[in-house]
Design a binder for this molecule. Structure first.
Ligand SMILES: [Zn+2]
Length: 109
């Protein structure tokens, strides 16, 4: 079965998007699974399943935000072992200028 396509706004809040997809695109184009994400104002502490931790800023125009939207070819992190269903779900996600959810109404999880 084809996975259901999900549409998000291009202008979607970056942290909300991260909370939703729970994937982190690294500089080396490796897709990590997010284990925990602790949001403090405009910054968040992210810990991946392979136990990397780093601070990120909530910017729609950041490298990671663009990576997530553009979905360039990523290699799933072998240590994080992101499950296939999660990759498929992300793979079927589309980003649109004028259509889709901005996740604004979703409760923070
Ligand atoms: Zn990883």
């Amino acid at each position: 079965m084809e996975p259901k396509k999900r549409y998000y706004r291009k202008r979607v809040d970056f942290f909300r998007l991260l909370t939703k997809v729970k994937l982190w695109p690294s500089r080396k184009r490796i897709l990590h699974g997010i284990k925990t994400m602790e949001i403090k104002g405009n910054q968040a502490l992210i810990i991946t399943h392979c136990n990397e931790s780093f601070m990120v800023y909530n910017s729609k125009n950041s490298r990671a935000a663009r990576f997530l939207r553009n979905k360039w070819n990523f290699i799933p992190c072998p240590t994080c072992r992101v499950p296939d269903w999660k990759l498929e779900k992300y793979g079927s996600t589309r980003f649109s200028q004028s259509y889709g959810s901005d996740l604004a109404d979703q409760p923070e999880s």
